[in-house]
Design a protein around this ligand. Structure first.
Ligand code: GDP
Ligand code: MG
Length: 172
């Protein structure tokens, strides 16, 4: 399969329910500072990746770090579920404000695999019903992503997720 092209700088938006393997996949393909994770930002504020009470502050931090990285001409890979249109819109607006393209990468796996991943996760386990709802939200998102304004939308599924490689292209 062709490498997945990522312009630098750009905002890469990961899209996938909890347990779809976003953080694991991102760590394989991007550097530790390139990935800006909402769960890590929760922990930076409240000492726990699971502390939902600081969600608004965590997303402020995600966007602050992503914006500063983009202004510095670097990549920002936003690692959050992004299954809701409003969340994606925040990121698209941020990319536009920083004058860089946004690239969407969707982790489109069967809900059973996400549930199994979640159950096997050390520490933080998300309710099955939350994962199922996020999977339904993702189905809805897949129908509209093409018209939201990304430079590219890449949908990875079980057949491609392990094989895909990333090709960085430095923007002038
Ligand atoms: P996220 O919630 O989308 O960020 O998902 P994570 O990357 O945290 O993955 C959730 C759980 O599934 C973790 O325990 C991972 O170790 C596991 N996991 C993620 N990707 C894979 C995979 O490709 N194969 C297997 N066997 N486990 C995976
Ligand atoms: Mg994660």
């Amino acid at each position: 399969m062709d490498p997945l092209v990522v312009p630098v700088p750009s905002l890469v938006l990961l899209i996938g329910p909890s347990g779809s393997g976003k953080s694991t996949w991102a760590a394989r393909h991007f550097g530790p500072y390139e990935v800006v994770s909402s769960d890590r930002c929760r922990a930076m504020i409240a000492d726990s990746e699971a502390d939902q009470s600081v969600t608004p502050a965590a997303f402020e931090l995600v966007r602050f770090i992503a914006a500063r990285r983009l202004e510095a001409g670097r990549l920002a890979v936003v690692d959050a579920t992004n299954v809701h249109a409003a969340a994606r819109r925040h990121n698209l607006d941020l990319a536009a404000a920083c004058g860089v393209p946004a690239v969407a990468i969707v982790l489109d796996l069967p809900v059973e695999r996400m549930l199994a991943n979640n159950a096997g996760r050390a520490g933080r386990v998300v309710d099955d019903e939350v994962v199922r709802r996020q999977r339904r939200d993702l189905d809805e998102a897949l129908g509209v992503l093409g018209s939201e304004g990304y430079a590219a939308v890449h949908v990875l599924d079980e057949a491609t997720i392990d094989a895909v490689t990333i090709e960085r292209v430095q923007e002038p």
